[in-house]
Design a protein around this ligand. Structure first.
Ligand code: XUL
Ligand code: CO
Length: 446
């Protein structure tokens, strides 16, 4: 059986309604819209949730049962053992990618030098396992928010020593990305934001952050690291305002500081909700600016205002995401679906780690099948083309080709009676559109 008391997760098809330890929809090699499912979805496992999360909440300690608990007294021994658990987990689940923060995988020493030495030992073992299994690194990142030294941020810290330390930490993290062939490198803001504006020089902090990214880019070029850099927007939490609030804010930041060619975005469902947006809104915003990079797959809860990191099971949402991905032709040039998600505190046995990933993978595979059916019929494409068709010719075409002026439009509009203007508008039949999308969901999964 191996280290985990679970067999390799098979594709079982749709005979049984009850979800067990098998995939109903995720059939890795099945071809959908010209590509294998696994190549559309590129699932990744998040080290921090799956191997480090003890399922704590602000009111209680961890509830999780994990097979390595109580076996190791030295934290380095445990860190090294977890590599074996991790790679068996990836292989049994059939996830071809994983993601980690530097501090997820190895304990810190007193100095950066000591910490790097710990890290390198674990990275050596990860590298061996990657070679042996073929599992790839979707992205790595640096935890510049866990340790108390980052209490007021890292590259936006008001304390220059902390900025310098963060830069040193990041440098080694980029070297690890190079060594492990990371496809992307993620910068989530962590504590890059503020608690209160009275004590904050916002512009100065943001300029420091931009300079940090430029230094990272320079170093990546110097060492020949070609991982795609990604910013991961989040509106709030842990700070009350995060500088990478949402996709639009992050794009404005990249434009202001000449970073549009350097960075794309890694978008997360629950983060979208914290900004008051849908996941689809964030993905569409990034797509239209040409900066869709990768996706953190999770979902929030309508009734709870913080970052829940639930496994994504909302079929409607996975359908919208996969509709955008099919329209884009890929998640991003090197993107994937990283499960930045944890089982609920009440799902505490080790097997729940498999069950929760299966639930998320099946929800995205089903979303892909539904979105593919909608694309085949060009249902949304036709609906949108029809809605904007008045710009394809006549007065609308003069607006789009730039030949219209206020005067030419006034001349066109000046004597039009109200009845003609009302006749120029059309009902969206929005409820029927939503019902049709529901019908696609039923039909595609028959
Ligand atoms: C936090 C979050 C991070 C990033 C990586 O909400 O999403 O785990 O994905 O730092
Ligand atoms: Co995330």
């Amino acid at each position: 059986m191996g280290l985990w008391d679970v067999e390799k997760i098979p594709f079982v098809g749709t005979d049984n309604v009850e979800q067990g330890l098998g995939f109903r929809y995720y059939d890795a090699d099945r071809v959908v819209a010209g590509k294998k499912m696994k190549d559309w979805l590129r699932f990744g496992v998040a080290w921090w949730h799956t191997f480090d999360q003890e399922l704590v909440d602000p009111f209680g300690t961890g509830t999780s049962h994990r097979p390595w608990y109580g076996k190791y007294s030295d934290p380095m021994d445990e860190a090294l053992a977890k590599v074996d658990y991790a790679f068996e987990f990836f292989t049994k689940l059939g996830a071809e990618y994983f993601c980690f923060h530097d501090r997820d995988i190895a304990p810190e020493g007193d100095t950066l030098r000591e910490t790097n030495a710990n890290l390198d030992k674990v990275v050596d073992k990860i590298e061996e396992n990657m070679k042996a299994t073929g599992v790839k690194l979707l992205w790595n990142t640096s935890s510049l928010f866990t340790n108390p030294r980052f209490v007021s941020g890292a590259s936006t810290s008001p304390f220059a020593d902390i900025y310098a330390y963060s830069a040193g930490q990041l440098k080694h993290s980029l070297e690890i990305a190079k060594r492990l062939g990371a496809e992307n490198y993620v910068f989530w803001g962590g504590r890059e934001g503020y608690e209160n504006l009275w004590n904050t020089q916002m512009k100065r902090e943001q300029a420091h952050m931009a300079q940090f990214f430029h230094m990272c880019n320079d170093y990546a070029k110097e060492i020949g690291l070609d991982a795609q850099f990604l910013i991961e927007p989040k509106a709030k939490e842990p700070t009350m305002h995060q500088y990478d609030f949402d996709a639009a804010t992050a794009i404005a930041f990249l434009q202001t500081y000449d970073l549009m060619d350097v960075m794309k975005l890694n978008l997360e469902g629950n983060h979208a909700n914290l900004a008051g947006h849908t996941y689809q809104h964030e993905i569409r915003t990034a797509r239209e600016a040409g900066v869709l990079g990768s996706l953190d797959a999770n979902q929030g809860d309508k009734l709870i205002g913080w970052d829940m990191d639930e496994f994504p099971t909302d079929l409607y949402e996975t359908t919208t995401v996969m509709w955008e991905v099919l329209a884009e032709g890929q998640i991003g040039p090197h993107g994937g679906l990283n499960f930045d998600a944890k089982p609920r505190r009440t799902s505490f046995v080790a097997e729940d780690l498999f069950r929760s990933h299966i639930a998320g993978m099946d929800a995205f595979a089903a979303g892909l099948l539904i979105a593919d059916k909608m694309h085949e019929d060009k249902y949304i494409e036709n609906l949108q083309a029809q809605r904007y068709s008045s710009y394809d010719s006549g007065i609308g075409a003069t607006i789009e080709d730039g030949t219209a002026t206020l005067a030419s439009l006034e001349e066109y509009a000046l004597d039009k009676p109200q009845s003609e203007l009302i006749a120029a508008t059309q009902s969206d039949h929005l409820e029927s559109v939503k019902a049709t999308i529901n019908n696609y969901m039923f039909e595609a999964l028959k």
